[in-house]
Design a protein around this ligand. Structure first.
Ligand code: SAM
Length: 225
């Protein structure tokens, strides 16, 4: 944990899981919030900056609840093409009684909402072809306001054992129907450098393994103010 970055209490994480109606969503949420280091990393990147967020591929909207549990109360727009997850995200937000959380169903390839602020994409790029990934990263970067960040978590394609486990995990998520699609292609670090630099953002890439076996990295593009 990074010093000075707010951390939610265990009780507040339990409360987020309790917002889920299906039992599977509740167990998934509890285990994800307990074990996945990405939410803390995003909080660290946003700390002290109150611009609104667009969360592309938001799933159940867990990031928005985590940030609120940290006291980071900025408006969040969640966007995902899985209507079941968007319905669940709306129901969780309504039960929590949070203001300024909105969730919209749509395909990131064709229906990206108008937006300016921070943009988040966690674990979504593997579902796209290389040209689609380039277009999506570019489209996300256009929505990054001056002084804001594009924060991406993605597995990177390489020849590590971590990468092979990541691919297996994504196929399992598809096999148990948690994901509507299996993985299509994983980006590499050079692709992020190329596309984000062309979009006018400075780029930082760091491993984000935490206690997991996955080949995940945090990619942060920043637009100078
Ligand atoms: C691995 S989940 C990550 C969920 C969320 N970002 C999180 O970290 O909790 C990937 C999400 O991307 C969404 N997704 C995949 N392809 C999409 C597309 N073309 N447009 C919008 N969302 C998409 C899936 O429905 C899924 O909710």
């Amino acid at each position: 944990m990074s010093a000075d970055v707010p951390v939610p209490t265990a009780k507040s994480l339990e409360k987020i899981a309790a917002l889920c109606k299906p039992r599977w969503d509740r167990h998934y949420t509890r285990s994800k919030l307990d074990t996945d280091p990405v939410y803390h990393s995003v909080m660290r990147e946003l700390n002290g900056n109150t611009l609104p967020l667009l969360d592309i591929g938001c799933g159940l909207g867990l990031l928005s609840h985590y940030l609120r549990a940290c006291g980071h109360l900025v408006p969040v727009t969640g966007f995902d093409y899985d209507e079941r997850k968007i319905d669940a995200a709306r129901s969780m937000a309504a039960l929590a009684g949070h203001d300024h959380l909105s969730f919209t169903a749509g395909d990131a390839r064709t229906d990206m909402p108008e937006f300016q602020g921070h943009v988040i994409m966690l674990d979504i790029l593997q579902f796209f072809t290389e040209p689609e990934q380039d277009a999506l990263i570019t489209s996300a970067a256009k929505r990054v306001a001056p002084g804001a960040k594009l924060i991406i978590r993605s597995a990177l394609r390489d020849d590590s054992w971590r990468f092979r486990i990541t691919v297996l995990g994504d196929y399992l998520a598809r096999a148990c129907l948690w994901m509507k699609a299996g993985p299509t292609r994983y980006p590499d670090a050079a692709q992020f450098q190329r596309v984000l630099s062309a979009a006018g953002l400075s780029v930082r890439i760091e491993p984000m393994w935490g206690g997991t076996p996955f080949n995940n990295f945090l990619i942060v593009g920043k637009r100078e103010s």
